[in-house]
Design a protein around this ligand. Structure first.
Ligand code: GDP
Length: 269
């Protein structure tokens, strides 16, 4: 409901516009699960495409919009069927899911409102970012939770889909800092945020299991229901622009991420 969304923004604005010099809006709200987006394409289009438009329209309608900065959670899923490796800000997009297509609309409407109306709005093209707080149905967390359960004896199998896809997994905690940095720049722009290193789902599982002293082959089975109608085979980002302009770079790579997520899930249990 876009007018409800705009009303919420208006009441937040009312409560802080007198004291705040700058108002930063970080739009992280979305239907963010790629596989789920095939089952709910229309909802995904509204939440991920039209809701950002409603926020931009709200900003545009404010006479004092020069005080407002907008961050859009864009995504490496825009690159989908990748046209080059690694992917940079100028790599052509080719989304492969209703999620990617909805986010493509949001990406362009942010850029269009920036160019048409001078809004201060940035797209953070973030590659997969993980942490112990990651949703339990995303592959990294699904693996690390299963490892913790298997290690402590409460589970004996893990069912996964495509083990060969490559992702550039970084640590969410560090990626959030890049979002903030984007909104501190004098000129709004769009940035790829990634580690620059890719690994397969199988690599991630191998590291996670072996961190708990287990061999993944004994526990992982394939279930086709976790495969997608169209897959994104290999995402690897080149974060040079983020490094050069924002002074940002990733320090935690996928191996350390797998280990810290396993440790956190074992502790949770
Ligand atoms: P995504 O990159 O945003 O789609 O993040 P996910 O964590 O959902 O998926 C990453 C990759 O893992 C995709 O290529 C999936 O096809 C693959 N994958 C393999 N098995 C699974 C699974 O059981 N669940 C999920 N979510 N992904 C899986």
């Amino acid at each position: 409901d876009t007018s409800a969304l705009q009303n919420i923004l208006s009441s937040i604005w009312l409560s802080c516009s007198e004291t705040a010099e700058v108002f930063e809006i970080y739009n992280l709200a979305a239907q963010s699960h790629v596989h789920q987006s095939f089952a709910m394409p229309e909802y995904t289009a509204k939440a991920d495409g039209l809701a950002p438009l409603a926020m931009l329209d709200w900003i545009k309608g404010r006479p004092d919009h020069s005080k407002i900065r907008f961050y859009q959670a864009s995504t490496s899923e825009l690159f989908g069927k990748v046209q080059e490796i690694p992917q940079v800000e100028t790599t052509p997009f080719y989304p492969r899911s209703p999620y990617g297509v909805a986010k493509l609309y949001a990406y362009w409407i942010v850029k269009n409102y920036r160019e048409s109306y001078g809004l201060q709005a940035c797209n953070g093209i973030l590659f997969n970012h993980e942490s112990p707080r990651r949703g339990e149905t995303f592959v990294t967390r699904k693996i690390t939770r299963a490892v913790a359960k298997i290690a402590t004896g409460s589970k004996d199998k893990l069912y996964l889909g495509n083990l060969d896809s490559i992702r550039d997994w970084g640590y969410a905690k560090e990626y959030v800092e890049s979002m903030w940095l984007m909104l501190q720049q004098p000129e709004s722009s769009d940035y790829v945020v990634a580690t620059g290193v890719g690994a397969t789902v199988k690599d991630f599982a191998t590291t996670a299991f072996s961190h708990a002293g287990l061999e993944w082959e004994k526990y992982v089975e394939i279930d086709e229901k976790y495969e997608r109608p169209t897959e994104v085979d290999a995402l690897i980002g080149d974060p040079s622009k983020a490094k050069n302009v924002l002074g940002w770079s990733a320090t935690t790579h996928w191996q350390d991420l797998a280990k810290l997520m396993v440790d956190a899930d074992i502790e949770n249990l």
